[in-house]
Ligand binder design. Structure first.
Ligand code: HEM
Length: 207
């Protein structure tokens, strides 16, 4: 017998889809523009780009492509023909985006709190990818899925970070402390949501 449709799950899927369309795509596209040098960076970032002329654009481009590709790879999870090659490509973008983020965080002139937040985010990002790859090599599909969703949650940190810092600018709140807070909370909150609600993840991933 066919299971009755679950309105809660349907609403959750619509919410996730809207989030992807409204936030992830514009933020990813702008980051690609910044990485290619066709969209101007804020002054401090422009200055950072002149000190790291290869690493910083490589970070912006690879991380933006990872942000855009992650939902596609997750959506294609039941289609190995697409999921495998796109997943490998996503892995390459995360490794480049994460490894370049570490020296960029060290070279940045932002507050020490913000730089530490970015640095730890980069380490956690790459570690989750590595653990997810190890899980799939061991044929542990559910662990692979949980870890990849956790990795994607950390990726969305770039989105929540910009929402938080953008709100601080609009509301004229003290920028530097909020920038430092957002560099941690932006990725730790979504990571906590998916880590402490494995059932939610399973429900969303279930057909
Ligand atoms: C997930 C791990 C990530 C880490 C550890 C990280 C790290 C960093 C760091 C350290 C900076 C310099 C910030 C500063 O000096 O204050 C930066 C800037 C930037 N990152 Fe990332 N990042 C990550 C993900 C992403 C993603 C997914 C995107 C895609 C949108 C992205 C795009 C950018 C862009 C465009 C900038 C330039 C500044 C701006 O536009 O706000 N990063 N990142």
């Amino acid at each position: 017998m066919k299971a009755a449709p679950n309105p809660g799950r349907f609403a959750l899927r619509i919410a996730i889809l809207s989030l992807a369309l409204v936030l992830i795509i514009p933020i990813g596209v702008v980051a690609i523009g910044s990485g290619l040098g066709v969209i101007a960076l804020p002054y401090q970032m422009f200055e950072l780009a002149s000190r790291a002329p290869v690493l910083f654009p490589a970070h912006m481009l690879s991380s933006a492509l990872a942000l855009l590709l992650a939902p596609i790879v997750i959506a294609a999870r039941k289609h190995p023909k697409f999921h495998r090659p796109l997943g490998r490509l996503l892995g390459v973008f995360v490794v480049i985006g994460g490894l370049t983020a570490l020296p960029v965080a060290v070279m940045s002139h932002s507050s020490i709190a913000a730089r530490a937040g970015f640095f730890v985010q980069g380490v956690v990002w790459i570690s989750l990818l590595g653990a997810a790859l190890l899980a799939i090599r061991q044929r542990n599909i559910s662990r692979h899925a949980q870890l990849m969703v956790a990795m994607a949650a950390v990726t969305t940190g770039a989105v929540w970070f910009r929402l938080m810092t953008g709100t601080a600018i609009i509301l004229e709140l003290p920028f530097e402390p909020i920038y430092g807070f957002a560099a941690w909370a932006g990725w730790m909150l979504p990571l906590a949501v998916v880590t402490f609600n494995p059932r939610l993840v399973t429900a969303v991933l279930a057909r």
